[in-house]
Design a protein around this ligand. Structure first.
Ligand SMILES: Nc1ncnc2c1ncn2[C@@H]1O[C@H](COP(=O)(O)OP(=O)(O)O)[C@@H](O)[C@H]1O
Ligand SMILES: [Mg+2]
Length: 395
């Protein structure tokens, strides 16, 4: 059964576990031929998995010789970011010249050991031996744009907004200086500017963050590519593949009923549904029972991050307002009219800043995949998420 996907619930998928997304991947490569890309999608739609796929297929494509993946999630400051990215690039296949540059610039102990160090250890050494991050950044820039002409390199940075929010909490001007440096880094040297392409991603919206902070011109070289749910054929295909692998006897009618109930077929929700199916033997009303499992206490852990991040990222007042808005929008599957939520806005914000606060909050709830606005009403984007929210708040 080597070719069938496995039931992965949470970690990014690779190899045979990566299902579909052919068109999305082709579109991204097409776009990368001419532009840097900002890959956006709400959490759990499959961004990191797509980035791993790009990484593993780059070398087989004409014009590209490699791809680097770096997650900025754990970087605590600019030095950690640049050192981590430097180490990741230097350690990537066919990027030996970057490690060579490191050895050239840093005579002595570290240079002799570069080849033997792991990515994590090299990143740690760079952090410890560098006085300022801009020195290290200049060295990285020289090394990357000093590539021997052999095709293009793709450098992908995941969870960039998490890192920016961290800098922002320390000092707004540091975050701005960093973004400004990063933009000029992407531009590279004029004569080599086509040799390195960048793809940036993260589940928190970089564009809304940049617009709130008036930083839009610092990211205006990026082309935004948005990833959505699976199309119908791929959603059916993933469910069929998983059902076959685990011998689940899922008839086409049952499968389609399940897709109907899930409503917004991102691969993660399909994987969770199959996880629930594996716990439910075939029988009547299986779709209902799968949904009940997904909304029940044993599945809360899968959805907790959706609710936790409201608290973590919005601040107390906005998080409470967001919870009240979600509840108002969850009561009816068709959502709630804007006007009917006026009472909530009055409760949380004063006259003066009400409009701006409300607009910013809805923009985030929309961008991060909680709500959509249709025919004058805000409703949950995912019927499943709506049911989970109702279940959670009714307890
Ligand atoms: N192409 C895919 N095929 C199968 N499952 C997928 C695919 N993409 C995502 N998933 C499912 O979604 C989950 C989250 O994927 P991930 O790439 O980490 O999303 P994101 O980076 O957008 O948060 C995975 O653990 C897996 O369950
Ligand atoms: Mg991810």
């Amino acid at each position: 059964m080597a070719e069938l996907p496995r039931n992965v619930c949470g970690t990014p998928v690779k190899g045979e576990n990566f299902f579909g997304r052919t068109k999305e991947i082709d579109d991204i490569w097409d776009r990368l031929a001419t532009d840097h890309v900002l890959l956006t999608a709400p959490r759990r739609v499959g961004k990191t998995s797509i980035m791993f796929r790009l990484q593993n297929t780059a070398a087989s494509r004409e014009e590209w010789f490699g791809a680097v993946y770096y997650s900025a999630e754990a970087a605590l400051d600019e030095t950690a970011f640049v050192a981590g990215l430097f180490a990741e690039i230097a350690k990537s296949p066919r990027c030996g010249h970057v490690a060579d540059a490191l050895s050239r610039n840093r005579r002595g102990e570290l240079a002799a050991r570069v080849a033997k160090l792991s990515v994590a250890a090299l990143s740690m050494e760079l952090r410890n031996t560098t006085t300022t991050w801009s020195t290290l950044a200049a060295e990285l820039q020289d090394a990357v744009y000093g590539l021997p002409p052999q095709g293009r390199l793709l450098v992908m940075v995941d969870e960039l907004p998490v890192f920016l929010l961290r800098l922002l909490a320390l000092d707004r001007s540091r975050a701005e200086a960093f973004l400004s440096w990063f933009r000029s880094f992407r531009q590279g040297r004029p004569e080599r500017s086509n040799d390195v392409r960048w793809l940036l991603a993260g589940s928190i919206g970089l564009a809304p963050l940049a617009s709130r902070q008036r930083w839009t011109k610092l990211i205006n070289d990026l082309h935004e590519s948005t990833i959505g749910p699976l199309d119908r054929a791929n959603a059916q295909g993933l469910l069929d593949g998983l059902a076959t692998r685990y011998r689940l006897q899922l008839s086409p009618a049952e499968r389609d009923a399940l897709l109907e109930r899930l409503g917004w077929p991102i691969p993660y929700f399909l994987q969770l549904a199959v996880d629930a199916l594996r716990k439910r033997p075939p029988g009547t009303e299986r779709t209902d029972r799968v949904l009940a499992t997904l909304c029940g206490p044993e599945s809360q852990i899968y959805f907790a991050p959706w609710w936790q991040r409201l608290d973590e990222e919005l601040g107390a007042v906005n998080a409470s307002a967001a919870a009240a808005i979600l509840t108002a929008c969850a009561i009816d599957p068709d959502g709630a009219a804007k006007a009917s939520m006026e009472g909530i806005f009055v409760r949380f914000w004063t006259d003066r800043d009400r409009d701006a606060q409300r607009r910013a909050l809805f923009e985030r709830l929309e961008h991060d995949g909680y709500l959509v606005f249709e025919r004058g009403r805000w409703r949950f984007r995912s019927p499943l998420l709506r049911e989970v929210w109702l279940e959670r708040t009714s307890r």
